[in-house]
Design a protein around this ligand. Sequence first.
Ligand SMILES: *[C@@H]1O[C@H](CO)[C@@H](O)[C@H](O)[C@H]1NC(C)=O
Ligand SMILES: *[C@@H]1O[C@H](CO)[C@@H](O)[C@H](O)[C@H]1NC(C)=O
Ligand SMILES: *[C@@H]1O[C@H](CO)[C@@H](O)[C@H](O)[C@H]1NC(C)=O
Length: 558
Amino acid sequence: MLHLRVACALAVALAALAAVSPCVAHDGDCQQLLETFPDFAEGRLAPRPGEQNEGARVEPDFYFFLHIPRSAGRTLNFCLMKAVFHPKDRCFSSYGEGSQHDDEEGGPGVVDPATRTVEIDRGPLDALGHPCRFAGTHDDLSVLRSVRKAPGRSNSNMAVFTQLRDPVDRALSAYEFTVRTASRYFHRPPDQNSRKNANKTATNDVWPWIDLIPIVQEDMRRRHAERKARERAGIPDADAWVRHFDAMDSSRVTYYNRAANSTDEVPPPGAKVLPDLDPYDNEVVMPLSEFVRLPEVRQVIHNNQAYQILGATNISGEHALSRRVRSCAGGEAFDLAVVERAKGVLDRLWHVSVFEDLEGSISSLMRASGWDLGQRGYRNGEKIVRDLGLKVKALEERARDKVAELDLELDGNKRDLIEQHKLVSLYEYDPDRQAELKDAKAAIGRLEARALTIEGKRVKAAALRVEEEWVQDDFGMPEDRPSVREVFDQCVDRARSKREEKNKIRFMGAVRDTWGRQILWDRSKIAVSTIEEIKRMNRIDTLVYEHAKHLHETCSTP
Ligand SMILES: *[C@@H]1O[C@H](CO)[C@@H](O)[C@H](O)[C@H]1NC(C)=O
Ligand SMILES: *[C@@H]1O[C@H](CO)[C@@H](O)[C@H](O)[C@H]1NC(C)=O
Ligand SMILES: *[C@@H]1O[C@H](CO)[C@@H](O)[C@H](O)[C@H]1NC(C)=O
């Protein structure tokens, strides 16, 4: 643990300058805790592409995308990987829902911590001994422990890749996303928040949003009730006009007056026009500065890029240890040690990219993995997985029927055997029945041989055999397959434009103050002190992100 010592020495030096003791007992315990915290990457990772000899390239047995929420992981996981991996090779957990799914973050690999199954490597052809090869989830690194050895797959040769984001931007995005999503479910009773279709995973069922949305939603309801109560007592400036913005083009402004419920290009002469709402600090939704200080946000957002990379989030497989690690954060030496640990993991991962350079991230991931944006892409994933599911089910049913039929035959055979054995014991000492005795013994020999034959058939029938065609690369694919690039671009376009437009219009329509003022996000309006505070609360992530950026820059130059 050289890096720990370096970190500690550094901390001691820093502390000496500041004339405080870095070695309070608490901090010492914390340091020790980190040393005993498991290294989930150890012994599980495939050699990094750059460290393999040209020509002697070893294909990883399993690919895992560690999807950090609000880091454009959806684009990579859902749009890019969907085009790169055949649907049969994609694990269910990374697949989940599909094109109709209208949640921004819901798509791939989502887990509800309460009900999640820890196995991320279930696939459509499991029953046939063809394990899936790609999963992407919001889990942290501890989930690698749950990847099983499957036929034709080891769990020590995994390509794990991830994408990080500037922690301040990520926290802001988490705020906006939580508020937007909370408002979407605002008018539904809380118990109906959850998925209508149990097979789909809705945004609010997903860690970490599952922990945050209800809080913001509850706050929104309270503010709404208070506003209504105030309005009953009379509305000041009831005839004031406010500016309204076009959801798609905020430079297009109209004026709105609630009393008359009318919209106009310009307010009437002499009318009172209220200033716009501060989008991050108003009475309609929880202000940003309050959100970022919530203990829950500390728990699941701040510094959670590092915790996810370490396997120390609050959905870690090492729940108790992880909680202790997180509660140690804040001490200078400890934070630096965590940073070093996380950097050490990043250094060993298959690929690390950053949100801020999506195009560069994609091309460098493709290059590193030996893939090509020009290669033929996969599509129709949903349908193929469904088809395969039906085929496997039919196969299983046929096998079950055949086995049941053979079991009946075996039973009959057994009864016949018992019958013959009875005859043998009956005639054995009867000198007059020696001919019958001989017949019975011969029958036993025949029946025993038959039993063996039936059992052989039974074993064969129970073993499901995959049809050659199903595991072919072009199974279910159209004749003229588009390139990965084309599938990806289409997916991003569709995912982005339609859904975001709809959500934005809905949000700006639904979330308004007494006079009808909307919330229009504009990050330049955030108080500098709030940005500084978020930065301070993400000290670990800031340094880990810097390292990711460095790795990205070295990787993305060919
Ligand atoms: C969910 O999946 C199960 C099994 O895969 C299926 O039987 C069921 O019809 C699906 N439910 C819906 C609402 O699609
Ligand atoms: C205000 O006007 C719009 C149409 O311009 C209408 O849909 C809405 O119901 C009206 N609201 C009220 C409170 O009258
Ligand atoms: C994770 O933290 C959130 C926020 O504090 C909490 O609501 C949730 O129950 C925690 N999850 C687990 C699995 O402990």
